[in-house]
Design a binder for this molecule. Structure first.
Ligand code: NAD
Length: 556
């Protein structure tokens, strides 16, 4: 049903083991990661090349995918592949320390950066939506976001409930690639979760993956399970089939109120990401092609209902937050003037972490051997100084199943990130792990995103819409020798609403890789600190001082 993509029944899965398919690990790394993005365990709709986040794709079409694979296999270590919105466009001569792949996805010139212009260009086969890690080949499934989701819920508990979420429950919607992490993250944080989704197969998939405990046949049953969880003090996560707007309204009408409210439907994409109330999935899929305007209008009307319900929860004293899907903007577009009365998750719960210098750190075992992640996590527990890391690893080992190539991710400060990257490279060199390791992060990070309704919402100095920072971030990753670098528009919140950058480094155990890792990780964290120090956050200025970074940013 999707534009310009022919469905394909091939099953793509990254090669495992220590035998190269490309000429070196520097090209084998991106090759396996591209394929891993489309692994059926990882991607939401691999037959359409859709990885997650509405229509976030790994490649423009199957022809592009095949050409990227063939090119990576044949490239030398002084060559760089250029990818424009998921299509390979050429190979240039560079040098060994330059990135092997440079990716620009979904970028449009300011005045043209609208969903409508993008949709038209996509229909004509000229562009692709890269989301954040889909088009940059660093998506690892719900396991990649769960650490951040856990931290967000813990911080919400700290701010609103004295750090104790036991006996409480969170209401949310959306059990897709990202949203599917919410139920497990909530339970890990000690809170029950009721998650509403319109698609039965999404509920199924999260149960199979161990992300969701129970499925309720009705709201009555769900509320009874929540009451039981409150009595026993044992947090539970429950999936409920339904339309988020309708279920939120019904919960309000009954007066059995949650303790936290959010939403993670793919509202950023009113054509492909959000199902209007009263529509069947089949009707929605059919009308997307024949009458996209009607679908967008109906989706936005339902979002307006859902946001009004969220505002009502807030009026009744419940903490409500936007979970980075731009639903407030969509509702405001159709007249909900007060939509921004509740905050976004970054400004409410995550920015303090950014100012302390914490950024995501993600590593992936190219061997495909889960043992490599187990031994490397244990090694890192003795290296990373932040004690929350060891606690996270212990929880992750018992609760989080691998999807695709085994991997882990968590947040770390600047020094811990560099130390962890170097330790992993050392483990490759010494043969403690079976093959090289990819070190990367989400695009959601402190110095790599400009997104006024999300990552840069409500900046202290009013610099929310300044997009120079992610551009600098991408350039810095290039200059520092990342193995691949990507620069995208529109991730998380939709076309025109964000600009962001990502990188990945292949830790192949060499001295060169050690130098690249320490430069890339330290400099990525440094840009993040410069950005927040420049905006005048005291805690960021203190971090800059403590880390001895050379920034000129300070309030006048
Ligand atoms: P996805 O497309 O994989 O899943 C969206 C889910 O929402 C689907 O399962 C769909 O059935 C459901 N849905 C749509 N409309 C609904 C409705 N009216 N009622 C109930 N369910 C409905 O998307 P995803 O990857 O899970 O991302 C979700 C959103 O979160 C996106 O907007 C994404 O940009 C944003 N996001 C969040 C983070 C984060 O840190 N949490 C990171 C990146 C992106």
């Amino acid at each position: 049903s999707d534009i310009s993509i022919s469905k394909n029944s091939r099953v793509v899965r990254a090669p495992r083991g220590s035998t190269l398919n490309a000429r070196s690990w520097q090209t084998e790394g991106p090759l396996r990661m591209l394929m891993n993005n489309l692994d059926p365990e990882v991607a939401e709709r691999p037959e359409d090349l859709v990885v997650y986040g509405g229509r976030g794709r790994a490649a423009r079409n199957w022809e592009s995918f095949d050409r990227i694979v063939a090119t990576l296999k044949a490239m030398d270590n002084d060559e760089t592949l250029l990818v424009q919105s998921g299509k390979p466009v050429g190979v240039i001569r560079t040098h060994a320390d330059a990135p092997r792949v440079l990716i620009a996805n979904s970028n449009l010139v300011g005045r043209w950066a609208t969903q409508e212009v993008f949709d038209e260009l996509e229909r004509r086969g000229l562009m692709m939506y890269g989301q954040m890690t889909a088009g940059s080949w660093t998506y690892i499934g719900s396991q990649g976001i769960i650490g951040g989701t856990f931290e967000t819920f813990v911080e919400a508990g700290r701010q609103h409930y004295g750090g104790d979420l036991s006996g409480r429950w969170l209401l949310t919607a959306g059990l897709g690639g990202m949203g599917g992490a919410q139920p497990l993250a909530g339970v890990m944080a000690g809170c029950s979760v009721l998650a509403v989704d319109m698609r039965a197969e999404r509920i199924e998939r999260r149960m199979e993956g161990g992300y969701l405990d129970r499925r309720a046949a009705s709201l009555d049953e769900a509320l009874a399970l929540l009451a039981e969880a409150k009595r026993t003090g044992k947090a539970v996560s429950i999936g409920l089939l339904g339309n988020a707007a309708e279920v939120y309204e019904e919960i309000l009408a009954r007066g059995t109120l949650p303790d936290l409210v959010t939403d993670q439907t793919a509202a950023h994409d009113p054509l492909y990401g959000y199902i209007p109330a009263g529509w069947t999935i089949a009707e929605w899929e059919r009308r997307r092609d024949s009458e996209p305007e009607a679908v967008i209008a109906a989706a936005k009307q339902t979002m307006a209902r859902q946001v009004r319900a969220m505002l009502e929860f807030r009026a009744r004293g419940i903490p409500v937050f936007d979970y980075g899907n731009n639903i407030r903007q969509m509702a405001r577009d159709v007249g909900v003037e007060e939509a921004f009365a509740f905050p976004g998750f970054i400004s409410a719960y995550v920015r303090p972490q950014f100012c302390r210098g914490r950024t995501q750190f993600r590593w992936i075992a190219l061997s495909g051997d889960p043992q490599d992640i187990l031994v490397s996590s244990r090694k890192l527990k003795g290296i990373v100084e932040d004690p929350s890391f060891a606690r996270w690893i212990d929880m992750a080992e018992t609760r989080i199943r691998f999807q695709g190539l085994p991997s882990r991710s968590y947040w770390m400060g600047l020094r811990d990130r560099v130390a962890a990257g170097l330790a992993l490279n050392q483990m490759v060199a010494s043969g403690e792990v079976g093959a090289p390791i990819i070190v990367t992060r989400d695009h959601i990070s402190s110095g790599s995103v400009a997104s006024p309704n999300r990552e840069s919402e409500g900046m202290l100095d009013g610099s929310d819409a300044v997009a120079d920072w992610p551009m600098l971030n991408a350039l810095v990753s290039c200059a520092s020798g990342a193995t691949w670098v990507s620069l995208h528009n529109g991730g998380g919140v939709g076309i025109g609403y964000s600009q962001h950058a990502g990188f990945a480094v292949v830790a192949d155990g060499s001295e060169d890789a050690a130098r690249r890792l320490s430069r890339v990780l330290a400099n990525d964290s440094s840009v993040a600190m410069f950005r927040h120090a420049d905006a005048g956050y005291d805690e960021a200025l203190a971090t800059v001082e403590r880390e001895g970074l050379r920034t000129f940013g300070a309030p006048p």
